[in-house]
Design a protein around this ligand. Structure first.
Ligand SMILES: *Cc1c(COP(=O)(O)O)cnc(C)c1O
Length: 395
């Protein structure tokens, strides 16, 4: 007799997989022989640059790299992150105490709540937002209080709308700029206001800067740590995934106040044993030689061309869309005549084979929007836009 499998409440309470329905439709379309264009998932279509692969291959061959990595992370990688902060953001970091290596930034974002949140504590979470902020909170027994990101506020949370009682109970505030899914950017003034708010209410700011190096029209995204004294209240999560086309490698980092980094490192030491040393060396190489290779500029130029194609086409269709200054996403209101973002996305997929993401997948305040990932080349993007235009005209 087999036993009855009873998942924990935290598993049963996971939000239903919104994309299951879309996945089903993609399968049906593919079976019909439709040429599906995937603009849904935010996974770069281009390979990891050669200079990083070359370094990884050298390091993989060395037996000294085949053992457990050091608990505190590889000094070379942490130094590379600190140097990047100095050069790019003019922020000084102690590579030993203020940098922590992660198995991708998602891992750190998911675990930070376990480090700081007791049952009944509140985390302030942007809506729409990357789902991991809420899921990590829930797994720790914390309560999610949404901070709506509205177009009228340039997709920045309105701090004065946060209830004082909520602020007093809040442990963490998650922020993400440049923002997924809205493509919005934050100003130094906004970050300064957040820093002041956090200080006043004793809240740790968890800033996710996964898209810090993908930016257009000369715009340079800022780090939360550029705000004077921000380090006192902040942990900032960074990722090599999007900025170096390394999503599969699973390496990221957190930086910020030493006591916060120490707690996250201590937690991690007890549940994982770190990232493969060869990958940490490759990650260091990614930062150290990025300027020499001119990689970041090339990457942004590539996405910018795709962005321009998509934005121009959407505007021609009468969709009121803003060209993002950063990230590889376009966040657009669904055209009139559709009941919901899921309705629009389902219709477009069935009629055209183009996959985009319904805004509702990122939270209640994402309803009424859809997200396009710029993860196909400009020609294919034009093809996707032509198909959508035709489908909307025939409606
Ligand atoms: C992709 C993404 C991440 C995760 O990056 P990894 O380093 O691959 O774990 C984190 N935050 C946001 C907003 C993302 O879009």
């Amino acid at each position: 007799m087999s036993i009855k499998i009873r998942p924990a409440e935290r598993i049963n309470n996971l939000p239903r997989y919104l994309f299951a329905e879309i996945d089903k439709k993609i399968k049906v379309a593919a079976e019909k022989g439709i040429d599906v264009i995937k603009l849904g998932i935010g996974d770069p279509d281009q390979p990891t640059p050669d200079y990083i692969i070359k370094k990884a291959m050298e390091e993989v061959q060395l037996p000294r790299n085949h053992t457990y990595p050091p608990d505190e992370g590889l000094a070379e990688f942490k130094l590379a992150v600190a140097n990047y902060y100095k050069q790019r953001h003019n922020v000084e970091l102690d590579p030993q105490k203020e940098v922590c290596v992660l198995l991708g930034s998602k891992e750190g974002i998911a675990h930070i709540s376990a480090c700081f949140v007791n049952p009944g504590d509140i985390n302030l979470v942007p809506d729409p937002g990357y789902p991991v902020y809420s899921i990590g909170t829930m797994f720790a027994g914390g309560e999610v209080v949404s901070m709506p990101l509205l177009a009228e506020n340039d997709f920045l949370p309105n701090l004065s709308a946060i209830d004082l009682k909520v602020a007093e109970r809040a442990k963490l505030m998650f922020l993400n700029y440049p923002n997924n899914p809205t493509g919005a950017e934050a100003s130094p003034e906004f970050f300064a206001r957040v820093s002041e708010f956090a200080r006043k209410h004793n809240i740790i700011v968890c800033h996710d800067q996964a898209y810090s190096e993908i930016a257009y029209d000369g715009y340079k995204p800022i780090s939360f740590l550029e705000v004077p004294e921000a380090k006192d209240v902040c942990i900032e999560f960074g990722s090599l995934s999007k900025t170096f086309n390394m999503t599969g490698w699973r390496i990221g980092y957190a930086v910020g106040r030493a006591e916060i980094i120490e707690v996250l490192s201590r937690y991690k030491t007890n549940i994982d044993s770190g990232t493969f040393k060869a990958i940490q060396y490759a990650g260091a190489e990614a930062f150290n030689n990025s300027a020499r290779e001119g990689f970041q500029a090339q990457l942004s130029a590539m996405y910018q061309e795709r962005r321009d194609v998509a934005v121009a086409a959407l505007q021609e269709m009468g969709i009121n869309v803003r060209a993002p200054k950063a990230t590889f996403y376009i966040w657009a209101p669904i055209p009139a005549g559709f009941a919901s973002s899921a309705d629009f996305v389902g219709h477009i997929l069935e009629e055209t084979g183009v996959v985009v993401t319904p805004g509702r997948g990122f939270g209640a305040y994402g309803e009424g929007y859809f997200r396009i990932a710029l993860t196909v080349d400009a020609k294919r993007m034009q093809e996707a836009m032509d198909r959508i235009k035709k489908a909307l005209a025939n409606r």
